[in-house]
Ligand binder design. Structure first.
Ligand code: ATP
Ligand code: MG
Length: 415
């Protein structure tokens, strides 16, 4: 075929031993199973295939029976809507009965099970997500997905506005898949339809929006796509606040080999500490995510108001106090901004902490040390420890034993 796609990767996919066993078991006796969706798309693009979803003519109960008879473990992940997970030699596969949407309300679809691969393809969102691959290597394309994939174009199946009205989350998915897989501008019809139907997104759950937004943040063309979202009036609504593109762009360059959604969100949307509470509520962030955003914001304030140029000693103190990761992220986000001035030596020493060549200093005293010196157990221990920690930070975060002894002496003497 004369396209830009890697058709040999499909053959390699079918040669994966566990997948092969699954397909061998589920094809035959009047039933058919194919690989569908993302796995076919990614293989053709020469991208890694980490999850393989399959679709089958079989109904869930019969799938379970056939899986058991073959000695595969099965888990009824979403059996009501036709999905079970089949585990073959330790590898899980999501296996779903073919479906046809019958009723949609913008959020959920009432689906009926079917036996028709064409109808199953047509209820999917984008042409590049609707390809399927048979056991014999036959590639099925009912929606012109190959042409679009070849052109790196994300296009709705059917009329974009109609498809968006069935499920408004598809607006988010349009931008997310564009950011990850497309070249050039977004498909004009999809973009116009998304803009026109924008207000429909208000009925979506925060969890569903959060999922797509966080995936968009780590996509290959995240920055460009966020700018498009900004230009078309989506971004302020998505973040419930303003966006900092410069910082986002620097973080995206900084972590491009191992993108992290939470740090990218921090760089994009955190201006002051209070933003973390709003984002937690708006995007249903976990406590861990909220904490990361908060520490990032606190550190930003410290860095932006640091009275002197940041030098190696300041870096030592800051890594001891805030951790290497947060410090690296915050410094990367504000690199090139007028404040703070960062000495070359500071960057070099941070790199040593990052690589582990230099150990991050750890505060040397424990509550037990104070108690052993006669301070009674109770809240006072915590207070003295906190004071001692401040002194330790100010005095250069020394970790030698002599220093620790002296510090203990000083803080227990004052009590
Ligand atoms: P990824 O690698 O990002 O997971 P994927 O293609 O597997 O890509 P999923 O979000 O896991 O994407 O969805 C699996 C498939 O289900 C899609 O390829 C698409 O065919 C279909 N799909 C998922 N969500 C929708 C939706 N809201 N509307 C229509 N089809 C959808
Ligand atoms: Mg998937």
């Amino acid at each position: 075929m004369s396209d830009t796609l890697d058709h040999t990767a499909l053959k390699a996919l079918l040669e994966r031993p566990q997948l092969r066993r699954l397909l061998d078991v589920f094809n035959g006796d009047g039933e058919e199973m194919r690989i569908v969706g993302g796995a076919v798309r990614n293989a053709l693009l020469g991208r890694p295939v980490t999850e393989v979803d399959c679709a089958t003519t079989m109904l869930p109960d019969s799938m379970v029976k056939r899986a058991n008879a073959a000695g595969f473990k099965s888990v009824p992940t979403g059996i009501d809507h036709g999905t079970i997970t089949v585990i073959v030699d330790g590898e899980p596969f999501e296996v779903t009965t073919l479906r046809e949407d019958v009723e949609t309300d913008g959020r959920y679809a009432v689906v009926h099970f079917g036996r028709d691969f064409v109808l199953d393809a047509k209820r999917r969102d984008f042409t590049i997500n609707a390809l399927s691959l048979g056991l014999d290597g036959q590639l099925y394309d009912y929606t012109d997905g190959i042409a679009d994939l070849s052109a790196r174009r994300v296009r709705f199946i059917g009329d974009a506005r109609t498809r968006i009205r069935e499920d408004f989350l598809r607006i988010m998915r349009f931008f997310r898949f564009h950011a990850e897989y497309a070249q050039g501008d977004p498909d004009a019809e999809g973009l116009a339809a998304s803009g026109a139907e924008r207000q429909g997104m208000a009925i979506l759950s925060k969890e569903r929006i959060r999922h797509e937004l966080l995936r968009l943040l780590v996509a290959r063309r995240a920055e460009e796509t966020l700018r498009i979202l900004g230009d078309h009036g989506f971004l302020t609504w998505l973040l419930a606040g303003a966006a900092e593109f410069g910082r986002f762009s620097r973080i995206a360059a900084f972590d491009k080999d191992d993108p992290g959604a939470t740090w990218r969100l921090a760089a994009l949307a955190m201006m002051v500490e209070q933003d973390a509470d709003r984002l937690r509520e708006h995007l249903r962030l976990s406590n861990d995510e909220h904490k990361k955003l908060t520490t990032y914001a606190r550190l930003l304030v410290i860095l932006k108001t640091w009275p002197l140029p940041l030098d190696a000693i300041a870096i030592r103190r800051l890594v001891a106090d805030h951790g290497v990761e947060t410090l690296s992220v915050a410094l990367a986000a504000i690199e090139g901004e007028p404040s703070p001035v960062v000495e070359k030596q500071a960057i070099e020493v941070l790199a040593l902490y990052r690589s582990g060549a230099e150990a991050v200093p750890v505060f040397p005293l424990r509550g037990a040390d104070l108690i052993a010196r006669g301070i009674p157990k109770g809240p006072r221990v915590g207070e003295i420890l906190a004071q001692a920690r401040q002194a330790w930070l100010a005095e250069g975060c020394r970790t030698d034993e002599a220093y620790a002894k002296d510090l203990l002496e000083r803080v227990s003497a004052q009590d």
